[in-house]
Design a protein around this ligand. Structure first.
Ligand code: ADP
Ligand code: MG
Length: 808
């Protein structure tokens, strides 16, 4: 149908002519030049007309086309976001990742010149919003909470949901919610002339948007899709001839060679996690980081790592696609030969010697370190960024010309039947691989070196990744929806509906926690629980807490339990400390080794000391760490105790937030004040806290296998505590007997007990299958994150009313 033209004052007929905008913006010439090169800017007219004529518009454009930085500015200039204008209310922009919310708000603020101070961000505990804010960047979780508070989102004139192609769980829920918010706002606007309809703009880096547009449950009429042509320079993709399992080592080899041979230009390396990034960063720094004595370490090739690619494609070669021989394992002789060749660099081929600047980029990294990737490297230096998925679509790092892609990502997996969660390293999708390679073509033609063969790519890579919603427990989502009176969660307009078994399981859990009634309606307890930014199980613990007069401990315990991983893993903690003693290392390896042994001893001691209050509960160990940190809240203390400063700071903020929420929302807490420093709890309190922790997980009890009514057949008696078989009382549906058992996780305090001391009952917070290692023969055991032990007596008290628990 013919669309109405924009009213005169909103017509951006000429992009450079500022006068035609409702809110004129003066930008610096640099910024204006850079903007005009972005493909999105050429579509401004078409886009604004579509937004003017529709409530919902979808924008698809390749990463780097300018969606995130420009679309909020189009809306701002057209008058959205201005107080007293035709379209009052802020422009809200959601991001799945905190890094992106912070850095993009900074960038848009810079671009908006004099109006820059009107751009703010809000992430979980940190924000810069104020009464002047017109453009608000936030994580999708933040907006979801705001929808719960005001279903009409009256504070906003437009919402932009960015990175929709990632299909994060919050994005999916938000899109479902917003489809209803839009309707509500339209209705309200008819009654109240001061309230305008809300505009929703969904932005995606891929064209796969049918789940959103062709979904009549979601949107009655399919919203228009505006495609923005990418202005992408060509990227030459090089596949490896063979696929290796030790891809970190492989990345090191290729980067080392590439750095010596390739013309100037930044490297962007995709790995799966922090550990790999740290490992590779150390290797590269040792080889190139100015330590004159250090030689490039020879590649480690042992027999156990046999399936290793030994041939390399010359840089500049194009893959002939003939990679069918990936399964044939080279003999050791061939290995040696190829290895020799690998490091033979012909002098005349060598590019001008360049220094290397290695920067990590992952979500647990402190924000100020994350932002370093946007600073240009020193003259004559090649910037090498080692990143996780963060760099796939959210952030465009200037100067990247070469991408190295390991082809894998660490992703959450969830078994809808057993409820076992795991984080497994697996192949990415073809769509992700293409996103990654595209990062090389922003500033000019680029190259992408894939550390896997085209045969593996064709055979093992899915076209697109599954939405996250299909891969996780949903009790939090279900409670949130029910608290908004959306009782029948199955009817919610999910862009992709989740497995019904997962939904059924979540309802069951909510029922155990007394958050919903037998008819599935939210109870008073459930409504109270939904106030907290916590998983329902933790919210339940919190509400049980006040009965025992140790609410401050409960808050601290719950905050710690719901935070990200607090402890540094030992393999990372120990070398990290050893690194600060490089002078010893370069002088003498023996001293360095002694240091490492000492460090390992310290690591074990520190962990043992954290179990001083109680030697068999993760929950109490965490509480002790939080308590000790409150008395010495310094980074140095964290380094000395192998814990993460960033996470502890977050726990502290979360404690504060929970305290405020309790005071303001829950009866009986009107006088509650935040107490940062806590005295150690008395033994009686520790016992009470353990019971409370168990109350949130009453359906997750395991009984010591050899003491169960029907003990599992074991081949031999366990020698270590982590080998003691436990049987979950809610059985895992698995075929053979041995697989029914779960085991104590090595990180648990209980791993220090003797086999005799291992308790009869354990309440676990979650089950985890170990990441399948390269050594594939051994089937990984399912391990429990042991929240606490309980006695049979406590169990029957907890189990009152739940027919599930019959032991003890
Ligand atoms: P999209 O959202 O479509 O992926 P963006 O709007 O994020 O695109 O990026 C557009 C351009 O802005 C990119 O070319 C990028 O280099 C540039 N840019 C984004 N953030 C910054 C920054 N912090 N510093 C310099 N340039 C930036
Ligand atoms: Mg973007």
């Amino acid at each position: 149908p013919e669309q109405d033209p924009l009213p005169q004052e909103l017509q951006p007929t000429k992009v450079v002519d500022r006068k035609t905008y409702a809110v004129p913006v003066t930008r610096t010439p640099d910024i204006q030049d850079a903007r005009l090169k972005l493909p999105v800017v050429a579509e401004e007219q078409r886009l604004m007309e579509a937004i003017y004529n529709n409530h919902i518009v979808v924008i698809c454009g390749a990463t780097g086309s300018g969606k995130t930085t420009q679309v909020p500015q189009f809306l701002f200039e057209a008058g959205y976001g201005s107080v007293g204008s035709d379209t009052p209310g802020m422009i809200g922009v959601t991001q799945p990742r905190r890094v992106a919310a912070v850095s993009m708000s900074k960038r848009v603020g810079d671009e908006l010149g004099d109006h820059g101070h009107k751009v703010a961000y809000q992430i979980r505990f940190e924000g810069t919003t104020n009464p002047d804010t017109a453009v608000k960047f936030m994580t999708d979780g933040v907006l979801l909470r705001e929808v719960a508070e005001d279903l009409a989102l009256r504070k906003y004139s437009a919402i932009i949901i960015d990175e929709a192609h990632e299909r994060s769980v919050n994005t999916d829920i938000l899109i479902g919610m917003l489809s209803r918010v839009i309707k509500l706002r339209t209705e309200l606007a008819q009654e109240d002339p001061k309230l305008k309809p809300l505009k929703l703009i969904i932005m995606s880096a891929t064209l796969r948007v049918e789940d959103l547009t062709m979904n009549s449950r979601l949107f009655e009429n399919p919203p228009p899709v505006i495609e923005v042509e990418g202005r992408q320079h060509p990227v030459t993709v090089h596949f490896a001839r063979r696929t290796t399992s030790d891809y970190v080592e492989e990345a090191f080899r290729k980067i080392s060679r590439g750095h010596k041979k390739l013309p100037p230009g930044g490297f962007l390396v995709f790995l799966t996690g922090r550990n790999e990034i740290t490992q590779l960063s150390k290797q590269l720094k040792a080889a190139f980081g100015g330590l004159k004595t250090a030689e490039a370490p020879r590649v480690r090739l042992t027999a156990s790592e046999a399936p290793t690619e030994v041939e390399d494609i010359e840089f500049g070669d194009v893959d002939d696609g003939d990679a069918d021989d990936m399964d044939s394992l080279p003999s050791e002789d061939e290995d040696e030969e190829a290895d020799e060749d690998e490091f033979k660099i012909e002098d005349d081929q060598e590019a001008a010697p360049m220094k290397m600047q290695v920067l990590p980029l992952y979500s647990l990294l402190p924000t100020k370190d994350q932002l370093r990737v946007f600073e240009p490297p020193p003259e004559g230096t090649r910037q090498i960024i080692l990143a996780t998925n963060v760099a796939e679509t959210s952030l465009t790092i200037p100067g990247t010309r070469y991408v190295f892609d390991c082809g894998r990502a660490k992703e959450r997996q969830y078994d809808p039947v057993t409820g076992v969660q795991s984080f497994e390293v697996g192949w990415i999708s073809k769509a992700s691989a293409s996103q990654r390679s595209g990062r090389a073509g922003r500033t000019g033609p680029g190259h992408c070196y894939r550390l896997y063969s085209s045969a593996v790519y064709e055979r093992d890579f899915q076209q697109y990744a599954d939405p996250e919603l299909l891969r996780m427990p949903l009790e939090g989502v279900a409670l949130q929806l029910k608290a908004m009176n959306l009782t029948h969660v199955v009817n919610f307009p999910f862009p992709t509906p989740p497995d019904r078994r997962i939904l059924a399981r979540s309802e069951k859990v909510l029922h155990y926690l007394s958050a919903i009634s037998t008819t599935g309606r939210v109870t008073e307890v459930g409504t109270a629980m939904s106030v907290f930014p916590l998983a329902p199980r933790f919210a339940r613990i919190l509400l049980v807490g006040h009965m025992h007069g140790c609410i401050h401990y409960t808050i601290a315990m719950v905050a710690a339990l719901s935070a990200q991983e607090l402890f540094l893993p030992d393999n990372q903690a120990v070398p990290a400390l050893a690194e600060s003693t490089t002078e010893f290392r370069s002088n003498s390896d023996i001293i360095a080794e002694t240091k490492q042994a000492e460090m390992r001893k310290r690591f074990n001691e520190v962990h043992k000391n954290f179990c001083y209050l109680d030697d068999r509960a993760d929950a109490i160990k965490l509480l002790q760490v939080v308590g000790e940190f409150a008395h010495e809240p310094f980074e140095a203390w964290c380094d000395n105790h192998f814990v993460r400063f960033k996470v502890l700071k977050e726990i502290q903020q979360l404690r504060r937030q929970i305290t405020d929420l309790l005071r303001n929302n829950i009866d009986g807490f009107g006088n509650l004040r935040f107490e940062d420093k806590l005295d150690p709890p008395m033994p009686k309190q520790v016992a009470a806290l353990k019971q409370m922790a168990a109350a949130g997980f009453i359906d997750q009890v395991a009984i010591r296998g050899d003491l169960a009514p029907t003990p599992p057949e074991t081949h031999r008696p366990p020698r270590r505590p982590i080998d003691v078989p436990y049987l979950p009382l809610t059985p895992l549906v698995e075929a053979d007997e041995a697989d029914r058992c779960v085991y104590i996780h090595p990180s648990s305090p209980m791993s220090h007990l003797s086999v005799q001391e291992c308790p009869q009952f354990i309440v676990y917070s979650h089950l985890q299958k170990a990441t399948q290692s390269a050594n594939v023969d051994k089937k990984p055991k399912t391990r429990m994150h042991a929240l606490t032990d309980i006695t049979g007596g406590q169990l029957s008290v907890l189990a009152k009313g739940t027919p599930l628990l019959t032991y003890g």
